[in-house]
Design a protein around this ligand. Structure first.
Ligand code: SAH
Length: 248
């Protein structure tokens, strides 16, 4: 089973609908779909939540509501609380990427929860005491605490990476790497171009080619790259020949 399907995001007493909506979107982006809210306030702006959930409205509609944190995490084996602060109950915290492997390992077979606190007061000590792990996102001394939805993003992103990012494959170069033969043709055609255009004197050619080989050798050249460079040489040589004919 995909471990991300076993991850529950638990928001304790969130104050703004906007954050809840942004979190739905974050969760959807990172392939996590189980949202639980503990004691939502009467005056939450659900319309704002729906707007910001953009493309993740379904996830918002399927939210689960609990009256206590204990109930929200009752089924979960690993319960990772998050805190911007250190100190009592918070000193054994780790970075999201340090804790993510333990969460994903457990989530392969059991439900696991990530718990986030109120925008103004965070999680209370008694709530952190329920957690098996504490996550602390490093941030600047200028201002330690992240926006709630941003904190959710950082944590979910790390889980997504550890889980192998099921639908994510890093973009790859489509064209294959140019062969030695292709490169050789490139150097030959460019030598001719440099001579025929008068860019360099025959006795300087060897020196110039060393420089050119160094420049082209610095990066990876694909078949397509070499075709473009060969095309430039071909066209330049053709124009030079026409020009020489006209000039008599
Ligand atoms: N003054 C509160 C700030 C709460 S921010 C406090 O110090 O706890 C709202 C929630 O976002 C927090 O409860 C936590 O779940 C999450 N959060 C914000 N900044 C964080 C950080 N640097 N590391 C981990 N979680 C963070």
């Amino acid at each position: 089973m995909n471990p991300l399907e076993n991850i529950r995001i638990v928001l304790v007493d969130p104050k703004t609908g906007g954050n809840i909506g942004s979190i739905c979107r974050v969760m959807m982006n990172m392939g996590i779909t189980d949202l639980a809210i503990v004691t939502p306030r009467e005056d939450l702006d659900w319309e704002e939540a729906r707007k910001l959930a953009y493309h993740a409205e379904g996830l918002l509609e399927q939210r689960k509501i609990f009256q206590t944190l204990e109930e929200a995490v009752a089924e979960c084996t690993v319960v990772a609380g998050t805190s911007a602060r250190t100190g009592m109950y918070r000193d054994h915290g780790g970075l999201p990427r340090e804790i993510a492997p333990a969460i994903i390992d457990s989530a392969a077979h059991h439900k696991a929860a990530l718990v986030f606190g109120r925008e103004d007061k965070g999680l209370f000590n008694e709530e952190l005491a329920i957690c098996t792990h504490i996550i602390n996102i490093p941030s600047s001394d200028l201002y330690r605490s992240l926006n709630l939805s941003h904190a959710v993003m950082v944590c979910c992103y790390e889980l997504f990476l550890v889980a192998g990012g099921p639908s994510y494959a890093p973009p790859r170069e489509r064209s294959s790497e140019a062969s030695g033969e292709m490169r050789q043709r490139l150097y030959e055609d460019w030598s001719q171009m440099m001579l025929e255009t008068g860019f360099c004197e025959p006795e300087k050619l060897e020196h110039m080619m060393l420089g050119l080989r160094r420049i082209f050798g610095r990066g990876k050249l694909t078949d397509n790259d070499v075709k473009i460079l060969l095309g430039i040489a071909r066209q330049t040589r053709w124009v030079t020949r026409q020009w020489k004919k006209l000039a008599g």
